[in-house]
Design a protein around this ligand. Sequence first.
Ligand code: ATP
Length: 139
Amino acid sequence: KERTFIAVKPDGVQRGLVSDIIGRFERRGYKLVGLKLLVPSKALANEHYADLSSKPFFKGLVDYMTNGKAPVVGMVWEGPSVIKQGRMMLGATDPRAAGPGTIRGDYCLSIGRNICHGSDSAESAEKEINLWFGGKGEV
Ligand code: ATP
């Protein structure tokens, strides 16, 4: 069964978009199999975004995810093609390129405040579920 990691980032939580995002995945027919509200540690955020560690925005991104002004909602969703479809439901990383009807396309305009995260491959999904949920056995 295919699973992906979807997160509502602090800006999405702060803006009250959690129920909308969960609802979109539920109504599509996907199954929620893991859910937690947390302020991630620096170590968790650094590892989650390890591929971006050389980017100029890396430190700001990690600070934003971990500063505790709002928590993150981490979720595991299960169902057919949920990795690819989940990314399509989120919309393009840069909200200025995200189509209407997508989460980012409907609710934001700034790449630094793009509301949500979704695993981009089966390998990322496995890594991220393990990282955020401490092993697939938990979910
Ligand atoms: P995500 O992993 O969040 O779903 P992605 O895999 O599509 O996004 P990445 O290029 O891995 O895109 O970027 C990860 C996150 O880093 C983005 O979602 C965004 O929050 C942040 N980010 C990317 N580019 C920039 C930028 N130029 N300025 C600020 N933040 C950025």
